[in-house]
Design a protein around this ligand. Structure first.
Ligand SMILES: *Cc1c(COP(=O)(O)O)cnc(C)c1O
Length: 219
């Protein structure tokens, strides 16, 4: 199947409220253009430099989502154009995003990354840290960022009951957060291997790479 065919078959499985982020990290311009020419506009990358190169080369009506871990000193390179930052995992990072957004006179939409997996290699807040963050007086002062929701990654395992439980716990946090913050509407969870479960458990944004573009080669 071509990229366009894979995209279209995945889109048929998604309900209307679910946004598909086509994860194009490591993939060439030509693959992105093929998806673009079939009508797709939302792409996800996990490295700021690679995303910025692609933003410079590609049609300007693409929405670029930063889905990876963000180093503070890289925020300035994407502040002009990034459509959504999924991986916000500290107040320090949020403050830097706010500062760079201000320079470009814009408000940057962000998701807080939540640590739901068993592995301790995955970044993110836990439930208590989110409460702490949103009650921090410094948080309220940030006028050039807007927290739109949560993002999480389940444990990399074949145990789909565990994956489901982890998604359920993220959805619960998401529902709770709606009571404390306005503008909460995005729950980013689900990748190629688990997006169907994620949607069953309340996801409305899935990040799918290999099922669209094929497996990645990291050399
Ligand atoms: C790479 C990546 C994805 C996509 O993974 P696939 O398994 O290829 O669909 C989704 N989310 C994040 C945060 C990623 O880094």
């Amino acid at each position: 199947m071509s990229i366009a065919e894979k995209l279209s078959s995945i889109k048929k499985e998604l309900t209307e409220n679910v946004t598909l982020v086509a994860v194009s990290k490591t993939k060439p311009f030509s693959d992105i253009l093929e998806a673009y020419n079939s009508g797709h506009r939302v792409f996800g990358e996990n490295k700021v430099q690679e995303m910025t190169q692609k933003w410079e080369e590609m049609p300007k009506d693409i929405e670029w989502h930063m889905i990876g871990h963000v180093q503070r000193n890289k925020v300035k390179y994407m502040a002009e154009y990034v459509a959504l930052i999924h991986g916000v995992d500290s107040l320090k990072l949020l403050k830097e995003i706010n500062k760079q957004a201000k320079k470009h006179e814009r408000v940057i939409p962000c998701l807080l990354q939540v640590h739901i997996a068993e592995e301790d290699t995955k970044f993110g807040f836990d439930a208590d840290e989110i409460k702490e963050l949103i009650s921090n007086p410094e948080f309220e002062k940030l006028e050039n960022v807007r927290i739109k929701g949560l993002m999480g990654m389940a444990t990399f395992t074949d145990n789909m009951d565990q994956v489901r439980r982890e998604f359920q716990s993220l959805n619960k946090l998401f529902q709770d957060l709606k009571n404390s913050l306005t503008h909460i509407s995005i729950l980013s969870m689900g990748m190629s291997g688990d997006y169907k479960i994620a949607i069953e458990e309340g996801s409305n944004m899935v990040r799918i790479g290999s099922s669209i573009f094929g497996s990645r080669n990291y050399n």
